[in-house]
Design a protein around this ligand. Structure first.
Ligand SMILES: C[S@@+](CC[C@H](N)C(=O)[O-])C[C@H]1O[C@@H](n2cnc3c(N)ncnc32)[C@H](O)[C@@H]1O
Ligand code: SF4
Ligand code: SF4
Length: 373
């Protein structure tokens, strides 16, 4: 019996019911999707959202920590010893256990760096996740995506393909990403997509930061006109990923942090308006409002309640470490111990308490694990 897990599960179930009640009210009030966790546009059409009553568990898998890019906002490429692909069987066993515990109420998010496409396990693992009935997303800078890889991704049953594009013009994007012609290649992939028949959502992921403030509105308007792109989803700039936590990072990375707060507020107000007018922006207005609070005062915790990262799901590193939060210690390694055993460990319950006491405005809480409650 997995007793610790069941105790936590009951506590969380009660909280979940309360949250659902709150979110239904919120949704009716604002006529917006209940959750910003999943971006749902039916098929490739762009008419409205499908609302969801139950929050899904998100399981993010960093398939490899290798990256060809030299992004200014993410330093994964500076990792030493950075290539630890797990055996395919470790991933499939883990996914099977996830299904046993949560059913299909799960989103499997695969990504984490720019070189997963050349790993032989990627497509089998994606296919396995889809065949289990999970919703699946794959995030990429798409530099290694060619026609063949694109076709295989689309045929894997993938629900959403998430492509990083921060600029409307090529120069800014290439400088930010540290690779010449990276912008051009994204456009090439868009052209490839036009020739494919598929039902995968194509989502553009864009960070709001100093260097692209003037580019975001033109980019959003352009994306809104592209029939083969489902929507754009914004991230607020977080401390560059894979750097040591530093509360003063905004002052250190002056090339990234937009100190012209007024300009950011104007931009976010315009995005909120565009969203209300039906523009294909995936974030809820409430998340865009939370970005405003964050850019005004980056060290003030954006949530009105404790961090809920432990309730939302898990992250698995390329080495197989299972975590609730990328910034906290690991629960254990999937190569050595099963998911079920990890959920029953003392480590899991004590970590939950640490998480609820943390007030860091991290990438997870602002962006990929943002929730309205
Ligand atoms: C870690 S990346 C992995 C996917 C892929 N390699 C890419 O670059 O799009 C996942 C998402 O996080 C975003 N991201 C990376 N660093 C960030 C930061 N410092 N603040 C906010 N978002 C960030 C990326 O733009 C991307 O959309
Ligand atoms: S943001 Fe993506 S492309 Fe850029 S360094 Fe990180 S993993 Fe690589
Ligand atoms: S607020 Fe703290 S515990 Fe929660 S996700 Fe961010 S770093 Fe992790």
């Amino acid at each position: 019996m997995i007793t610790n897990f069941l105790k936590l599960k009951t506590r969380r179930k009660i909280r979940q019911i309360c949250l659902e009640t709150d979110r239904v009210t919120h949704s009716e009030k604002n006529k917006e999707p209940i959750s910003s966790i999943v971006l749902h546009y039916p098929g490739s059409t762009t008419q409205g959202h499908v609302t969801r009553q139950v929050r899904k568990h998100k399981i993010a898998i960093n398939f490899t920590s290798r990256c060809l890019f030299r992004c200014r906002h993410c330093y994964i490429w500076q990792q030493q010893n950075n290539y630890y692909p797990l055996e395919k069987e470790t991933w499939t066993k883990f996914l099977d256990e996830v299904k046993e515990i949560y059913g299909t109420n799960v989103i499997i998010e695969i990504g984490g760096s720019g070189m997963a496409e050349i790993n032989k396990n990627l497509m089998p693992v994606l296919k396995h996740a889809s065949s289990l009935g999970f919703e699946t997303t794959y995030s990429t800078n798409c530099h290694l995506v060619n026609n063949r890889i694109l076709l295989r991704l689309l045929e894997s049953g993938l629900t959403s393909l998430v492509i990083g594009l921060d600029f409307f013009t090529d120069k800014g994007h290439d400088v930010q990403r540290g690779v010449r012609n990276s912008h051009k290649h994204v456009l090439k992939v868009f052209d490839m997509l036009k020739t494919q028949r598929h039902s995968t959502n194509i989502i553009i992921s864009c960070i709001i930061m100093k260097s692209n403030l003037d580019e975001i509105i033109p980019l959003t308007k352009w994306i809104n006109q592209q029939e083969h792109i489902t929507c754009i989803s914004f991230n607020s700039l977080a401390q560059p990923l894979w750097t040591e936590t530093d509360p003063n990072w905004h002052r250190k990375y002056t090339n990234l942090w937009p100190e012209e707060t007024g300009k950011v507020m104007e931009l976010l107000d315009e995005l909120i308006l565009m969203k209300r007018q039906g523009c294909k922006i995936a974030n809820t207005s409430s998340q865009l409002e939370s970005f405003k609070r964050y850019f005004n005062d980056p060290n003030r915790f954006i949530r009105g309640s404790p961090c809920n990262a432990d309730e939302l799901g898990f992250q698995v590193t390329a080495e197989g470490e299972l975590k609730n939060c990328m910034n906290k210690r690991s629960l254990g390694n999937l190569k050595e111990i099963s998911f079920k055993e990890l959920l029953d460990s003392e480590n899991y319950s004590t970590l939950s308490e640490e998480i609820s006491g943390c007030t860091l405005n991290c990438h997870q809480i602002q962006n990929c694990r943002y929730t309205d409650d």
